[in-house]
Design a protein around this ligand. Structure first.
Ligand SMILES: [Zn+2]
Length: 408
């Protein structure tokens, strides 16, 4: 094939393989044992820790070549506790976790490959899973199946199937997780494979193929979150976006993020501007105060354009110190006020009459009418039946639910 043809084909393949993802899925690879814990010792003194690390490095290389984002727990022959491995993984905001081991058995005739995962249908009372992992069984099992099939196809090992298991690293995390038992160090033919560089490469290729065959669902960190239906509906409408394949549902929504969402919902450029008449300045200004620019909102800020649009609608006031604080968390009262003002600009209707729905929203509160109006329209709820907490920040999950109610 000519270079040009190869290049065209590669481009086509990539286009079809990754049509919607501008980001790389992130994978945590974990080489079992290490340091003071060599793992199983097999035929001829073959150490599990060494076999695991070499195969894991080969899996990493194969995945990097395919464009994945890959991180490893240990990368040398050092000791990591099981809790350290899970804690490290939980910090990575990754899409899946794969631990790589080799097996041992008192009966040297036992051989083959298997993949372990936590199965909520077979709980072990003494070894409870994390609450998230107990709900991730379908995803972990799907990943396990793909890796098992691809592993035995590539390595030619005996297929021992999937094994529900309460091993620590497969049950205590917060993302789909599996543990691969590549073969038995205590079996002569398996040990020969595990001691061969060529066979280790085939084993690693199989594991990488299985990972590639598994398609992580959208937004790994809301797989079992209460907001998932609303988040997916708002994503499908083109209103919300994630950060890579995460949504960060429990993080506070920033002012810049909220304005961006409001622009997508209400299309600021189509609303009547209220500031231009007052302003004779044609350069970029923020707020109705002509000529004002904010010290913390350089033109290079990702949201500077939406702040400029919002300023023509007089949506946000700056602070006395000359800042607009785009990265500050927005409060529930501010959300209600801004959302209600945009509703009034886009739809006719009688102004709300204050109702004492919440103990902490007295008539004198500046956002009381907005909260009353959105409550009556079924768009916003309290934190409880009697409490609204107007000064509390709003999470990204809460705004997805609010917008979902609005579009209903
Ligand atoms: Zn092991």
């Amino acid at each position: 094939m000519t270079l040009l043809k190869k290049w065209t084909l590669l481009t086509l393949l990539l286009t079809f393989a990754f049509p919607y993802h501008a980001f790389a899925y992130k994978i945590v690879l974990d080489a079992g044992h290490g340091g003071s814990d060599p793992g199983a010792i097999g035929v001829g003194g073959l150490r599990e820790t060494d076999v695991n690390l070499d195969i894991t490095m080969k899996v990493k290389q194969a995945l990097l070549e395919r464009g994945y984002d890959v991180v490893m727990t240990r990368t040398t022959d050092t000791f990591w506790s099981l809790a350290e491995r899970v804690a490290f993984t939980n910090e990575q905001k990754a899409d899946l976790f794969v631990s790589i081991h080799a097996n041992a058995h008192a009966n040297s005739n036992v051989n083959g490959s298997m993949v372990l995962y936590y199965d909520n249908n077979y709980p072990q009372e003494d070894y409870p899973a994390s609450s998230t992992m107990s709900q991730l069984t379908p995803y972990s099992k799907d990943l396990a199946g793909h890796v098992q099939d691809a592993l035995v196809a590539s390595a030619g090992t005996k297929d021992l199937g999937l094994t529900p298991s309460a091993v620590y690293v497969a049950r205590m995390g917060i993302i789909p997780s599996i543990l691969v038992e590549t073969g038995f160090l205590t079996n002569k033919s398996d040990a020969a494979l595990l001691n061969s560089d060529a066979a280790r490469s085939k084993i690693a290729l199989g594991i990488a193929n299985g990972i590639s065959a598994y398609e992580p669902p959208l937004f790994t960190d809301v797989l079992v979150h209460w907001s998932r239906p609303a988040v997916l509906r708002m994503k499908n409408k083109g209103i919300i976006e994630g950060i890579g394949n995460n949504y960060e549902p429990d993080r506070a929504l920033t002012r810049a993020e909220f304005l961006t969402l409001m622009d997508r919902v209400f299309t600021f450029s189509k609303l009547p501007t209220v500031c231009e008449a007052k302003s004779s300045v044609t350069s970029s200004v923020y707020g109705c105060n002509a000529g004002t620019s904010y010290s913390d909102l350089p033109a290079s800020h990702w949201a500077s354009a939406v702040f400029a649009k919002a300023s023509k609608l007089n949506l946000l006031q700056g602070y006395e110190d000359g800042t607009i604080r785009p990265n500050r968390a927005i409060t529930r009262g501010e959300v209600a006020d801004l959302f209600n003002r945009l509703l009034q600009m886009t739809s006719a209707g009688a102004p709300a009459v204050y109702q004492p729905y919440f103990d902490d929203v007295p008539k004198s509160l500046w956002s009381a009418l907005a909260i009353t109006n959105l409550k009556e329209k079924g768009i916003i709820n309290g934190v409880t039946d009697t409490s609204f907490k107007p000064n509390q920040t709003m999470t990204r999950a809460e705004i997805a639910a609010l917008l979902d109610r609005y579009f209903k």
